[in-house]
Ligand binder design. Structure first.
Ligand code: G3I
Length: 368
């Protein structure tokens, strides 16, 4: 019986473990250094990075492999207003000053400490967004059931929030955060103009210009300021984004545009992505691919190969703009931790094994 069990274990080992052992005898996963390093392969062109969560950093296995594959990190959630605003303290301060803002960095610190310790850069995400920003931020006394504050109070809160976040991070982690998404996803989908949100409701449509004005005022010298959005290849959104960038550029408050790139294998067509890159790039701004993932319906061999082709086509475009492109960042490391985990959109499988898309990028980079 014991013999049978041993044979069974050996069989399982041969089937599931042996095929993924590399020459060094260690499994070839994103967590060790048997694999070619994408950050090294693209070093001459742009930073290669990923979004990361506090949970992933706590999983030591994952954290160990990070600095080997990636040179820049973005906190997936931990540096958004919902994470940084200290509402309890804001409520106390509001009793004497409605414009006062309190922030706390407990959620962001583990990521910033890790980046600092490992010599990685961080792209800050995000100062002003309609989502993951508590309703209380817009309300009198920071109490959800009360009325909205006035435009003037909200602008002061916005300025105070931006100042607090930018100065605290620059003082405590000098040089670590090299760039920020100042405003995220302000442009509407499928119609001309900005999306309606608490920002447009309480401040008005110039909230984007104001956010950039304040960010420029308080950002440390050399920190690049980005407007970040998704669905860039689609009209009329692309035209509205371009007009907004023109306005911000004229005011001297924006440095670049972040293409989110949450794509799927068949959408958008590569030609449309190419056109969008050309339209935005001609403004002479810095560019970044801030949130890349490419969804597929099932993880069959055929679909994984299609996904690899799309990643390759996209990176060909990115390489064409290498002079302007600061970074390409995937929105997560392994499929299981992706916000689109049911679409297997990343370069590494749930177990951390490199997928055909990863190998396709290695091949592309090596051919340059
Ligand atoms: O923190 C709670 C936790 O306490 C709770 O147990 C858990 C149960 O669902 O939810 C946790 O919050 C979730 C949070 O992610 C942290 O995991 C939220 O429900 C969930 O909505 C949130 O999703 C994030 C999403 O932004 C929200 O819009 C994703 O992780 C994050 O990857 C995603 O990132 C956005 C970018 O900021 C902007 N561009 C699009 C991109 C993808 O949606």
């Amino acid at each position: 019986m014991k013999m049978l069990k041993k044979l069974l274990m050996l069989g399982l080992f041969l089937i599931f473990v042996l095929p993924v052992l590399g020459e060094s005898g260690l499994p070839e996963t994103v967590y060790n250094q048997n694999l070619p390093s994408l950050r090294d392969l693209f070093r001459d062109y742009f930073d290669f990075g990923t979004a990361i969560s506090r949970e992933e950093l706590m999983a030591v296995r994952e954290a160990r492999g990070l600095p080997y594959q990636f040179s820049i990190l973005t906190a997936g959630n931990e540096m958004k207003p919902a994470s940084l605003l200290d509402l309890q303290e804001c409520r106390k301060l509001a009793q004497t000053d409605e414009t006062a803002v309190a922030v706390r960095f407990s959620s962001a610190k583990p990521i910033l400490d890790f980046a600092k310790g490992q010599g990685l850069r961080v792209h800050g995400h995000v100062l002003v967004w309609h989502s993951q920003t508590p309703l209380e931020f817009f309300k009198q006394g920071y109490i959800a059931t009360r009325d909205f504050v006035s435009r003037e109070v909200m602008l002061s809160r916005m300025e105070n929030y931006i100042r607090e976040v930018l100065t605290w991070t620059a003082e405590n982690y000098p040089g670590v955060i090299v760039s920020w998404d100042v405003v995220n996803e302000a442009v509407a989908d499928g119609k001309k103009g900005l999306r309606e949100s608490n920002w447009t409701r309480v401040v008005g449509e110039d909230f984007v210009l104001k956010a950039f004005e304040y960010a420029r005022k308080y950002a440390a010298e050399g920190t690049l300021l980005y407007y970040n959005d998704y669905n860039t290849p689609y009209e009329p959104k692309l035209t509205v984004i371009c007009d907004l960038l023109d306005q911000l550029k004229a005011e001297g408050t924006v440095d670049g545009y972040g293409f989110q790139c949450h794509f799927s294998v068949n959408t958008p067509p590569i030609a449309a992505v190419k056109r969008a890159f050309a339209r935005v790039a001609e403004k002479g701004l810095r560019l970044r691919v801030s949130e890349l993932d490419v969804g597929i319906s099932t993880a069959t061999d055929a679909r994984l190969r299609e996904q690899a082709l799309v990643y390759t086509d996209l990176f060909r475009i990115f390489l064409d703009y290498a002079d302007q492109l600061e970074a390409v960042q995937v929105w997560g490391i392994t499929d299981s931790r992706s916000w689109r985990s049911t679409e297997f959109p990343l370069l590494f499988s749930s177990g951390g094994y490199p997928k055909p898309a990863y190998y396709a990028l290695v091949e592309l980079a090596e051919a340059q």
